[in-house]
Write a protein that binds this ligand. Structure first.
Ligand code: BG6
Length: 462
């Protein structure tokens, strides 16, 4: 039995407010709660924190197990953090120390040094680092070497909350557990794999960070490459952490970088109806910002499992809808019927989580595409972070990014960033509420495909 104490750095930040505190409350409500020591620079106490974060309506039983300590991680150890940790551990009888660093990556080394210098880095302590881990391969490597100066490999947990999403976890079961779906999830049947993360909102409240990152570093490097590797990896020898890690890494290494015209980036301008600010007008964005708020690209893949399969990724802010999915689009190879689009297996992450099939059925004079939601999971988006926290409590590295994967994903990202920078991007180049720059449509077209449109087909009556 594990009795953890969670020490949450960056407790007053945007992520804490939107995702981490709701997830911790969710865990508490399902009986898996834990005392949490909140750490932030803000000069306040636990009452001030609750008010500032607007969580006064959370259950008292949850709020009672929250503690606060004011601490700037750049100031070094002064005993305050150690005292609070020991006090709370004594009171609750905690035997496992978890640290969660919801901080910008340039503070990771200071925070690690603070934990270590406070004498809190005992055997079995686990330290989770929020994404992004660096902003290039070089910075990520140097960061890794800095933090490994304090912690052993097994103590380090690199977070990508997409690994906690039900749909991402379901991907393994769909591919390697389901005989029906596993039979078509390969390059013999698939025309393309498409991973989409479309959002109908801007960087809301995180513009300063976003302006230094952009869509490629923010989500392609992490969430989309994670989903892609799980969608394309060979069957691992077992479901063990090592075997899955190996197969994912191989999948990433077999990617072929896009040709120049197969990478399209965009930035949104002002909206007319309803009127909305252009990205460059947001507080925190540079007025001449060259940051991309949209990216679409095609990878080739050098793998016997996926001969001639195209891999497409698309993501953007302020698009026409909020939707996230992993899709396998099948070849249209019926000789007898003329189909207007291929069938598809979709693992949806948003707005609902679950499995959707696009099938061909009789309709009109011939056949038409119908969609059917086969399995639906909980729509609650904070579940991903609940799973991440639970994984940290168990010390389950499968829910976290391996250090090798992180490096490889930055290697690819660096190349994409170079490609982006060598283009003559004329920003802004798309209007809010649209599908992004028109040129993005040309990417699949050039390869005889089209972007999957999850709204096009008719819904079957259930
Ligand atoms: C974060 C990105 O990691 O993931 C955000 O920084 C993005 O820009 C978010 O909006 C998407 O996560 P989710 O779970 O809301 O789909």
């Amino acid at each position: 039995m594990t009795d953890p104490l969670l020490v949450l750095f960056g407790a007053t930040g945007d992520l804490s407010e939107k995702k981490l505190l709701p997830a911790l409350k969710g865990l508490h409500e399902s009986g898996d709660g834990m005392p949490v020591l909140l750490v932030s620079r803000k000069d306040t106490d636990i009452h001030g924190f609750i008010e500032y974060m607007g969580i006064g309506d959370y259950p008292d039983s949850f709020l009672e197990d929250l503690y606060y300590v004011q601490k700037d991680v750049t100031e070094g150890a002064d005993g305050r953090l150690r005292e609070r940790v020991r006090e709370i551990e004594g009171f609750h009888g905690c035997d496992t120390r978890l640290f969660y660093l919801a901080l910008p990556y340039f503070l990771f080394e200071d925070a690690s040094s603070l934990i270590d210098g406070s004498g809190l880095n005992r055997d079995g302590a686990r330290v989770a680092f929020e994404k992004p881990f660096g902003d290039s391969l070089e910075s990520a490597r140097s960061l890794l070497s800095d933090i490994r100066g304090f912690f052993d490999r097994d103590q380090v947990f690199l977070v990508d909350h997409y690994l906690g999403k039900e749909a991402v976890e379901d991907l393994l079961a769909t591919r390697f557990g389901s005989d029906l779906l596993g039979a078509v999830w390969n390059g013999k049947h698939a025309e393309s794999i498409q991973i989409l993360l479309s959002e109908d909102f801007g960087p809301s409240g995180r513009t300063r960070y976003y302006d230094s990152a952009g869509a490629i570093r923010d989500v392609v490097q992490s969430h989309l490459l994670q989903a892609l590797s799980l969608a394309t990896m060979r069957p691992p020898d077992s479901l063990s952490e090592e075997d899955v890690r190996e197969a994912k890494l191989e999948a990433l290494r077999s990617l072929e970088l896009p040709e120049t015209q197969d990478l399209v980036v965009g930035q949104y301008g002002a909206g007319q109806n309803p009127s909305s600010e252009a990205y460059r007008e947001l507080e925190g964005a540079d007025e001449d910002s060259a940051t991309e708020t949209f990216a679409a690209l095609r990878f080739g893949i050098d793998s016997p499992l996926w001969p001639d399969t195209d891999i497409y990724l698309k993501t953007g802010k302020m698009l026409d809808r909020h939707e996230a999915s992993i899709n396998l689009v099948l070849e249209e190879d019926s000789r007898l019927y003329d189909k207007n689009q291929g069938e598809a297996v979709t693992l949806r992450m948003h707005p609902t989580q679950g499995l959707r099939l696009r099938l061909t059925q009789k309709g009109g004079d011939g056949v038409e595409s119908m969609r059917q939601d086969v399995l639906q999971n909980s729509p609650d988006s904070s579940t991903a972070y609940e799973n991440i926290f639970s994984g940290l409590v168990r010390g389950d590295h499968r829910l976290f990014v391996s250090q090798e994967f992180m490096e490889e994903s930055w290697r690819i990202t660096d190349r994409l960033i170079d490609m982006k920078e060598s283009k003559n991007n004329n920003f802004p180049n798309y209007a809010p509420g649209t599908k992004g720059p028109e040129k993005a449509g040309n990417i699949p077209e050039r390869h005889g495909d089209s972007w999957i449109d999850l709204t096009r087909e008719r819904e079957t009556d259930t």
